[in-house]
Ligand binder design. Structure first.
Ligand code: NDP
Length: 335
């Protein structure tokens, strides 16, 4: 069983030398345990926060242990009544090829149906990132039909699900993404009404102008994934009583400061800004997953995936994700 451990913590920018590849034997199963062969590992921006020492909303990843991570795979052996060999499952197996899981541990292992939804999508559109988009849109932004909503990191796992969910509610949906290829894809494949390339509009002034053109009626809802001048530019274009779901600030995950240019706009425009962590809202997951499953099953949400091959490729693929080298949900294929 090849595994990737967190070997040491990053000083500033994360690098491949923070990780270590090791090979171990999988232990024999005890009563109640299940052995899972992972087909895909999910790489997600939150993992960068776990690499730091400081406590955030979650405990840091311990050094010398297998990196935390979502996985999908197949049960190869079971000593738990609810799981049988051949079951397809989603869980938190970590950066490794196999995991031994306690079948009763809450949130650790769940059987999934791959009749209409490919297994890998349970790590993306019909998994944690999809529910994240759903929560921010439905529970925080709560848009009315005809309103304008904006999302940054628009073509990623969360952003692409956000677009499908917002279109289903009759919104005008504007994305912000890096590069012409991603922006073209956002409009042609993901259903965005417009997508702004922040590599072209790379300061507050030009981004604010691009948003004005793309959102002639102003912005009623914003789903924030990035932070920095993009947030500042959106704030300038918000309508009174706009709602902002603060989901991520990836531009600062390697420790870059993200000052806010004009916080007085929160007062002037009477904005609601709410941060959230999707794993603290398990009560909405069934409802959200049902809608996301239907959108994928009916072809209204066709998520794109970036797939790295083999567990040894996980560190580089993860570092690439933090720099926008991924195009869609970043996965590592393990089988
Ligand atoms: P993505 O698939 O969107 O990948 C990350 C993307 O972020 C990159 O592809 C890149 O897209 C963009 N990006 C990276 N650096 C920058 C930068 N400096 N400026 C602008 N854009 C940048 O990842 P996810 O969909 O998994 O996650 C999206 C966001 O949601 C993240 O901020 C993540 O932390 C957050 N999140 C929060 C959760 C919560 O519970 N609050 C749960 C899950 C995710 P591009 O090339 O277009 O710039």
């Amino acid at each position: 069983n090849q595994q990737i451990l967190l070997d040491n913590r990053p000083q500033g920018e994360a690098s491949a030398s923070n990780f270590k590849l090791v090979t171990t034997d999988t232990p024999a199963l005890q009563e109640g345990q299940v052995l899972v062969r992972h087909h895909y590992l999910s790489l997600d921006p939150y993992m960068r926060g776990r690499m730091n020492e400081s406590k955030s909303y979650a405990q840091p990843q311990p050094l010398g242990e297998v990196m935390i991570g979502g996985t999908v795979g197949e049960v190869v052996e079971s000593r738990h009544a609810k799981f049988a060999a051949g079951d397809k499952v989603v869980g938190m197996g970590g950066w490794q090829e196999y995991s031994v899981v306690d079948g009763d541990a809450p949130g650790m292992l769940r059987k999934v149906d791959t009749t209409h939804v490919p297994l890998s999508h349970y790590l993306g559109a019909v998994g944690m990132p999809g529910v994240t988009a759903w929560y921010g849109l439905v529970k925080i932004i709560n848009p009315k039909a005809g309103e304008t909503v904006v999302v940054s990191a628009a073509t990623g796992a969360v952003g692409s699900a956000f677009a499908a969910l917002a279109k289903a509610r009759g919104c005008r949906v504007v994305g912000i993404a890096g590069g012409p290829e991603k922006c073209k894809y956002a409009v042609e494949e993901l259903g965005f009404d417009e997508c702004i390339d922040y590599r072209v509009h790379n300061d507050l002034k030009t981004m604010a102008k691009a948003l004005k053109d793309a959102c002639p009626n102003g912005i009623d809802g914003y789903f924030e994934n990035v932070g920095g001048y993009i947030l500042d530019a959106v704030l300038l274009r918000t309508n009174a009583f706009a709602r902002i779901a603060l989901c991520g600030m990836i531009a600062g995950y390697d420790g870059q400061p993200l000052p806010m240019a004009n916080p007085a706009l929160i007062l002037v425009n009477r904005l609601k800004i709410e941060g959230f962590i999707v794993s603290e809202h398990m009560d909405v997951w069934p409802e959200a997953l049902k809608e996301l499953g239907t959108l994928v099953g009916t072809g209204k949400l066709r998520p794109r995936e970036s797939v790295a091959q083999g567990i040894a490729s996980a560190p580089e693929a993860f570092l690439g994700l933090l720099k926008g080298k991924n195009f869609g949900k970043q996965l590592v294929k393990l089988i």
